[in-house]
Design a protein around this ligand. Structure first.
Ligand SMILES: NC(=O)c1ccc[n+]([C@@H]2O[C@H](COP(=O)([O-])OP(=O)(O)OC[C@H]3O[C@@H](n4cnc5c(N)ncnc54)[C@H](OP(=O)(O)O)[C@@H]3O)[C@@H](O)[C@H]2O)c1
Length: 339
């Protein structure tokens, strides 16, 4: 697989091209501002009554209705939720995009699972930033960038590769590294990592450890600080130095305990559960579950979110965090989410 850095990424294919960013949420806001600041012609496309419109206009961007934006676009960047992309394509983009235009994704889900089949003349390309929207913007402003994965699913124009590389370069990703992938690899690894580590595994590990301490009679506040609050300190160290580097930075007491207990806690049963989760992602079983949930209005998700708010770890955590207002994300950058 190929890799590129800034000096390899020619921005010329984006010159005089109109980039329409559909959606102004976590990624849309970050990418639209980065592209504008890179000197490119950016339009933001929002549906009527969109809650994001005021913010986009306050950021100095031109906001258009989706049909007009699609008519003008050389590149349509789909930064609405993955589950909303097929409908956006069918209702707007399929009808209005000019021949040879490009559909650009930040995640391969809708294409890989076959929910969106683009016209043959269109480029179907992906620049998947390896970071949440807030980081995409904050690193760009510092003159750096987050790494990104790039892929071409369909090369309708015959120029899809130069275009996808130019977009990755304009977004600052070449400063950290741009790597070739496929829509299948990006989608499957991203979903698996969210489920096994970033969202599913990490949340449950924290909750189980917190519950274990509280059940044993320790103060919930102390359990919260040990099992949740301090995760950031360790995660930052792992991020900067790797796991081995983090282990070198902690005490011998902590390291010996980790060596003895870590593989017992995440043992054979957890590894088997990870293989099963990966198999369900690869077979399409997870996608079928998601489609059923979406069709029913996400009842499982809503019930879980509602109930989780009342959990002890959340109520205790909120109380403690309220006394540390400096920890809150600033209003300016709120709205970043996604793994
Ligand atoms: N979140 C991340 O940091 C992250 C990281 C890597 C990749 N990605 C990928 O980036 C893409 C965008 O994700 P995101 O998290 O940035 O999305 P998001 O924040 O949930 O997107 C919100 C935006 O989409 C619009 N929107 C929501 N539902 C819509 C619909 N049914 N039709 C049209 N517009 C709709 C909203 O407009 P209204 O104001 O009208 O509701 C809002 O402007 C996804 O493919 C995701 O997988 C995200």
């Amino acid at each position: 697989m190929r890799r590129w850095y800034d000096a390899d990424l020619d921005r010329q294919p984006l010159e005089k091209r109109i980039i329409a960013v559909f959606g102004y949420g976590a990624q849309g806001r970050a990418q639209a501002r980065n592209l504008r600041d890179a000197g490119l012609q950016v339009r933001v496309a929002l549906r009527q009554g969109s809650a994001s419109r005021a913010r986009a206009e306050a950021d100095g961007l031109t906001v258009l209705d989706p049909d007009t934006a699609a008519e003008q676009a050389d590149i349509a960047v789909l930064l609405v939720p993955d589950t909303a992309q097929p409908r956006l394509y069918e209702d707007v983009l399929a009808r209005h995009l000019k021949p040879g235009a490009a559909l650009l994704f930040a995640h391969g889900y809708a294409i890989h699972h076959g929910h969106l089949r683009a016209r043959d003349d269109l480029d179907v390309i992906m620049v998947a930033p390896l970071g949440i929207g807030e980081q995409v913007r904050a690193t760009f402003e510092k003159g750096a960038g987050v790494p990104a994965l790039v892929a071409v699913h369909q090369d309708g124009s015959g120029q899809a590769w130069p275009l996808v590389l130019a977009y990755a370069g304009a977004g600052g990703h070449g400063r950290a590294g741009v790597m070739e992938t496929t829509f299948a690899e990006e989608t499957e690894t991203d979903l698996f990592a969210e489920q096994a580590v970033l969202v599913g595994g990490l949340s449950e590990l924290i909750r189980a450890a917190f519950d274990t301490l509280v059940e044993a009679g320790y103060q919930p506040e102390v359990a919260y600080f040990c099992c949740l609050h301090e995760v950031k300190l360790i995660a930052d160290m792992i991020h900067e130095r790797g796991i081995a580097g983090m282990r070198e930075s902690i005490s011998e007491v902590a390291d010996l305990g980790a060596v003895q207990q870590g593989p017992r806690i995440i043992g054979a049963a957890s590894r088997e559960a990870m293989r099963k989760a990966l198999a369900e992602v690869r077979s399409g079983e997870f996608d079928r579950q998601l489609q059923r949930e979406q069709a029913a209005g996400f009842p499982t998700l809503k019930a879980h979110r509602h109930q989780a708010k009342d959990d002890l770890i959340e109520t205790v955590g909120k109380r403690l965090r309220d006394r540390m207002p400096w920890m809150r994300a600033s209003d300016d950058e709120e709205g970043g989410h996604g793994a």
